[in-house]
Design a protein around this ligand. Structure first.
Ligand code: NAP
Length: 290
């Protein structure tokens, strides 16, 4: 049976570390979150982020807008937050309402306050193999999880399924920066199972049940990023967990794997932006060394 890559356990460890660090800081970071629209899942995510931040001793403000908010209103608010010295980190909850150009909005965040690491500056640094202010949260969480279980990616064949700016592309690049051999797959990929069968590590970020056990090599490592509800309303990932865990050496569960690591990374990033140049955990330091 596969070893479970336990994101909750590592998140708790990171939070313990962060809480001590924050308790010893004379001033605290402040995270501003912009939530536009009335998507219930986004409202839950934002509530969790605020609660988690406050439990750790990070100040947080949530700025709510109705779904009809104009792009200019959002841009004006971001400019105000960029210029406000009391705000140290800015997050725009995605997805935004359809009439808003999300790239324009993300581009307007000051890179030094871009806690998701998604501005062109920070992504550009990452893709150039240089140091961004912070790394995108989900990819960073995945690398921290691999590090915790001492999984070295150097020379390994990693197959990343999904090519979003949020997950697929940055995680592929971060692994490439660590000397993995990376194959990217997406909805136009032909013979996906022929590719995944050659993978030492499979990272799936799709949001559909795309990975069956017959698509995997024995002893592989599976990182399941996807989250969706099946026909019975049960939350599940891209991989058939029961079957895959009989074949894989390591597997991250859904829920309890990558999800908790994403929020842990968000909190790490908030503190890292506040105390630039001093990575706040040994694990974060390791990401920077590679
Ligand atoms: P996204 O922007 O919707 O991207 C999905 C990707 O999957 C696209 O690149 C798409 O290909 C690809 N795809 C769709 N159907 C496919 C198929 N049949 N075979 C292979 N590839 C296929 O999604 P995202 O924002 O990256 O998120 C992906 C999933 O991860 C979602 O379920 C999301 O909820 C979850 N997620 C979880 C966390 C977490 O913390 N656990 C964080 C972020 C996201 P094309 O590019 O060709 O369309």
């Amino acid at each position: 049976m596969a070893v479970i890559l336990d994101g909750k356990k590592l998140r708790d460890k990171i939070f313990l570390d962060l809480k001590t660090k924050l308790d010893n800081l004379p001033q605290k970071p402040t995270l501003a979150v912009i939530l536009a629209g009335d998507e219930p899942a986004s409202a839950i995510y934002v509530r969790n982020k605020k609660k988690t931040a406050e439990n750790l001793g990070i100040n947080s403000v949530v700025i709510n807008y109705p779904s009809g908010v104009s792009q200019n209103e959002l841009l004006a608010k971001i400019e105000e937050l960029n210029n406000d010295n009391s705000i140290t980190a800015i997050l725009v909850q995605l997805p935004l309402p359809e009439h808003i150009d999300k790239f324009k909005i993300i581009d307007s965040i000051l890179p030094e306050k871009d806690v998701d690491g998604l501005t062109p500056y920070n992504l550009g640094k990452l893709f150039a193999g240089e140091e961004p202010y912070v790394y995108p949260c989900t990819p960073k969480g995945i690398l921290l999880l691999l590090d915790e279980y001492k999984i070295n990616v150097e020379g390994k064949h990693v197959v990343v399924i999904g090519r979003s700016n949020l997950v697929g592309k940055p995680v592929a690049q971060m692994l490439l920066n660590r000397n993995a051999t990376v194959t990217m797959c997406h909805s136009h990929t032909k013979n996906l199972s022929e590719i995944t069968k050659t993978a030492d590590i499979v990272i799936s970020a799709v949001g559909k049940n795309v990975i069956g056990e017959k698509m995997l090599k024995s002893g592989c490592i599976i990182i399941d990023v996807g989250i969706f509800k099946d026909e019975n309303g049960k939350v599940r990932g891209d991989v058939n967990f029961e079957e895959a865990s009989k074949i894989a050496a390591y597997i991250s569960p859904v829920p309890g794997g990558v999800g908790p690591m994403t929020i842990a990374s968000l909190m790490l990033n908030t503190v890292e932006l506040f105390t630039p140049g001093t990575p706040v955990s040994a694990a974060a330091l390791q990401i920077r060394k590679d």
